[in-house]
Design a protein around this ligand. Structure first.
Ligand code: GDP
Ligand code: IMO
Ligand code: MG
Length: 447
């Protein structure tokens, strides 16, 4: 569809990922012509539920599930070409053909088997406390190669077959030597197999490879509407997250400029997504974590198991300290607060409003991981609500206590909650405020 007014928007995570970005992107997509991923790789797992069908997207922008939306993988994404092809094939097997709707940046870097191998081996070798708990998708090693420059492979290189052959053989041999020196010889890495994969990728993906930055500029000139889909979350951002327990890319609107090759000056809707509680997969500080029956109850009620790795997610109360930090950093205009339905039935709901560190109370989010690891949450309790929220379709229909909770989150974070999740389905998002003009009026989701 061609939107009436040109719009530019971004959906991203305000927490440690898995906030429900996929669902919000899917909801907004009918108003957009192009949806662009600008960071991360197959570490992402964005879920879209439509009726009985559930789709988990890792590299494809969630927008491609909507017909006529062009999906773009920008230069800031690291792409495992075989994972991408299996995602495309998986959707095709379910009757969703997205191949023609996809464009991949010629400047995007490829994740190759030795990246995944290094990710797995280095994590295995790391001592407890140093292990990040990565998704094993080769993300860190690929971004490291990109920065090091001497051994990186980009999509544009796929198009130059002869040069690529020699280059990949050299890189694989160097990588084998490095890996065996560090981790021993117990792994398989075969240059011919890597080259065969690259040939498959070249033959199938070549028609989709282009200068996607130019594509976005032309689309903007033609008054098309652009949506940017962030992966991971601001607290996992390489510069601003809980370093070193982070991913290797820029996960907020700030990532668009570099990762999509497009100045986000007119991205006037900056939609930060967060759950009504907090979750984290992998290691690292999590001040409001509940390592008790309450956390277990949230995990079971919210089905908190990773979309990409299936790992149980760590659960805790909503953390206003980290969320306010992430909201400021991203100049958020709209908060999408998901999983309100999951908290139904809790007599009281905790909100972490400050941290207590070494006897002092603070609402600042410190850079020092050791401070975060010993911080204690200052938790304020608000009354909970009961009832099944999944059929609620407007904010007015929500229990009074749920609206009071939303108001408390808005006051603490300093931004309006204009989208609220009451279930995983496409139809289970409440919408209010100016963002309503982005939602297709034919959708049964508008407030
Ligand atoms: P993403 O990575 O941010 O796209 O989030 P994920 O898809 O990894 O994880 C979010 C999970 O919560 C998925 O299983 C979604 O289907 C589900 N979900 C999203 N919003 C809601 C909501 O409001 N209520 C419930 N119960 N589930 C939701
Ligand atoms: P979406 O887009 C949740 C976490 C990993 C690990 C750390 C580093 O679905 O929200 P990496 O493989 O990137 O080197 O892992 O970051 N992580 C995510 N957690 N959702 C994600 O993406 C994540 N992407 C990375 O669990 O702790
Ligand atoms: Mg996810």
């Amino acid at each position: 569809m061609t939107a009436v007014d040109k719009q530019q928007a971004c959906v991203f995570g305000l927490s440690w990922g898995d906030e429900g970005k996929g669902k919000i992107v899917d909801l907004l997509c009918p108003a957009f012509d192009v949806v662009t991923r600008f960071n991360g790789g197959a570490n992402a797992g964005h879920t879209v539920c439509v009726g009985d069908e559930t789709f988990a997207l890792h590299l494809l922008p969630a927008g491609v599930l909507r017909p006529n939306v062009l999906g773009v993988i920008g230069p800031g994404v690291v792409v495992d070409p075989i994972a991408l092809l299996s995602e495309i094939d998986g959707l095709a097997a379910r009757g969703v053909d997205v191949a023609g709707q996809l464009r991949i940046s010629d400047r995007a870097h490829l994740v190759l088997p030795y990246h995944k191998l290094e990710d797995q081996l280095s994590e295995k070798a790391a001592s407890e406390g140093k292990r990040i708990g990565t998704t094993s998708r080769g993300i860190g090693p690929c971004y490291a190669d990109k920065m090091k420059r001497s051994a990186a492979v980009r999509f544009v290189d796929l198009l130059n077959k002869d040069a690529l052959q020699q280059r990949v053989r050299r890189i694989v041999e160097q990588r084998r030597a490095m890996l065996s020196t560090r981790y021993g010889d117990d792994f398989e890495l075969d240059a011919d197999a890597v080259l065969a994969d690259l040939e498959t990728a070249r033959s199938r993906l070549a028609p989709s490879i282009c200068d996607t930055s130019e594509l976005l500029h032309e689309a903007a000139d033609e008054q098309k509407s652009l949506l940017f889909e962030g992966a991971n979350g601001i607290l996992l951002d390489v510069d601003h997250g809980t370093y070193p327990f982070v991913t290797s890319s820029s996960a907020g609107p700030h990532g668009i400029w570099a990762g999509a090759g497009f100045a986000p000056l007119e991205v006037t809707f900056r939609i930060g997504t967060t759950k009504a509680y907090a979750t984290r997969v992998g290691a690292g500080p999590f001040v409001s974590e509940l390592e008790n029956v309450v956390g277990d109850r949230i995990r079971e009620a919210g089905h908190e198991y990773g979309t990409t790795t299936g790992r149980p997610r760590r659960c805790g109360w909503f953390d206003a300290v980290s969320c306010t930090y992430a909201a400021r950093l991203s100049s958020v205009t709209d908060i999408a607060l998901t999983h309100l339905d999951t908290l139904s039935g809790f007599e009281q709901i905790g909100v972490c409003v400050a941290y207590r560190i070494d006897g002092k109370t603070t609402t600042r989010f410190p850079a020092d991981t050791s401070l975060l690891l010993r911080a204690e949450p200052v938790v304020e309790f608000v009354p909970g609500w009961t009832g099944d929220l999944r059929s609620v379709r407007t904010f007015d229909e929500l229990p009074e206590e749920a609206n009071a909770y939303i108001e408390r989150v808005e006051a603490l974070v300093g931004a309006p909650v204009t989208l609220a999740g009451v279930g995983p389905d496409r139809s289970q998002t409440l919408v209010r405020g100016r963002i309503r003009r982005l939602i297709d009026v034919s959708e049964p989701t508008t407030a």
